[in-house]
Design a protein around this ligand. Structure first.
Ligand SMILES: [Zn+2]
Length: 146
């Protein structure tokens, strides 16, 4: 199995840098212009393989937002989830899994309704909740898992 890596674009020169899952929450340096590359600060849309890789490799808590296109509450949650990822940059990773495209991942966590938020640490589920939640509460889940 090949290890997926994730392309992050340098804020200074725009060059794509390939980042392995275990370093997604770390600050680094652009391979091209050597400018600082900040830790991941936005939700990452992942497929089943990328999800498994990040959950297994991440050194910080991972919040996964299970969502789907047709889900109104998911659309309401999206800006909050995005802001959460920005607030928790370097301290947590925020993933988005489309439960229509990857039903096997959703089934693994018993996701019956969406949005559904699963917090994982070292590959284990720390907490899980269905339905909209305020951003401050989502942040507390991640802080409790740190
Ligand atoms: Zn650069």
């Amino acid at each position: 199995m090949t290890m997926p890596s994730f392309v992050r674009h340098c804020p200074s020169c725009g060059m794509g840098n390939r980042i392995p899952a275990r370093h997604l929450a770390d600050a680094g340096r652009c391979g091209s212009c050597k400018s600082p590359l900040p830790p991941l600060g936005e939700p990452l849309d992942v497929n089943a393989e990328e999800f498994a890789n990040i959950v297994a490799e991440a050194k910080v808590p991972v919040l996964t937002d299970f969502w789907a296109e047709w889900c109104g509450p998911c659309r309401m949650a999206a800006p909050e989830v995005k802001e959460l990822a920005r607030e928790m940059a370097g301290k947590a990773i925020v993933l988005k899994v489309n439960s229509d495209e990857y039903p096997q991942v959703a089934a693994r966590f018993g996701v019956q309704s969406i949005p559904n938020f699963v917090v994982l640490r070292n590959g284990q589920v720390v907490s899980q909740r269905a339905g909209l939640a305020p951003r401050a509460e989502m942040r507390r889940w991640l802080e409790a898992a740190a």
